[in-house]
Ligand binder design. Sequence first.
Ligand SMILES: N[C@@H](CCC(=O)N[C@@H](CS)C(=O)NCC(=O)O)C(=O)O
Length: 342
Amino acid sequence: MLFGLFCLAVGLSICWFLWEKRHRKTHAMAGGVHKDITLRHEQEFELYHNALSLCSKKVRVCLDELGIPYKGHHIHLIETGYYETLSRHFLKVNPAGILPVLVHNGHPVYESHDILTYAASHSDTPYLLVPKFEKAQQEMQYWVDKASVIGENADEGIKISAGYCSGMLSLPLFAAGMTFIPLRYPLVGLLFHRLKIRAVLFTLLKLTGLGGFAKLNPLLKKMAAGRDYMHKHLSDLEQQLEINGAWIMGEQFTLADVSWLTVFERLREADWLDYYLRDNQYPNISRYWEALKSRDSYRTAILEHGHHSIDSSLQLIQQSKAADPALARKLETCFAGHAFSR
Ligand SMILES: N[C@@H](CCC(=O)N[C@@H](CS)C(=O)NCC(=O)O)C(=O)O
């Protein structure tokens, strides 16, 4: 009898899994607008985004700076609650299962750096966030890319992008945040995530917590590489600001500044800002970060979209470091120089 029930439960679970798998097909999507796809929509612009997601923040700041009104759809990531990005309803919006997605007149636009360019070209005021001349546009694009998450190879990405480094530096934040998420939620990712390595990572972080993470050398090494390469990107930015003054491209606030704003915001919420800005190591960047925070878009697109998971994770990191100064030291010094010695 018991064996019969067990077999029935296993059979039903397999049927459920196969049925769900058929309805949750995921695959990569190219960046830019997809005119061949039309989604249900109510407004000219709609944005699928998440409070914590760095790439979502970038697009929210961009839309607010451009004065483009949009209808927002908040979609959970595992970091803020559960894998809503792997739900059937969201996979219809983006089969890649990632955020953000801008929908313009029903057509989805993928990849945040492409969304910025697309949105800026649909603003009522031409050249609001983009310089007029082609050479300056190319230079701006270099700085946009340097703060973006392009491609899916993080080990290579950190060498060219501060955006990728901030992803690596987020590992302690994610480890802290997973404390508040039940184990069954990351397990869903093991079943349905296109990029299994991400689901494995979050399951592992759930199992280890922040304390356990600090003992996992392979992950610490990755974080340390991101931490050290970030210095290289910040030195480049410091030099650019020294020459150009107020913003990356000089007098004009551009898509490059939009992109870097979210990199610094991630450093703030993952408790790395003091490490990078202490002792006035980067005086121009310190001044620049203050100027970024004083923009209206920082309030409307970042602060007003706060989420309790971000605050609780940051609080937990700060409390853990205060209670165990060795942990703070380890995060700041482990595998120092390793990234450059390979
Ligand atoms: N290159 C993409 C990266 C998008 C991306 O990785 N988004 C993250 C949030 S910042 C995501 O949706 N992750 C969901 C997951 O991996 O499960 C872009 O710039 O839009």
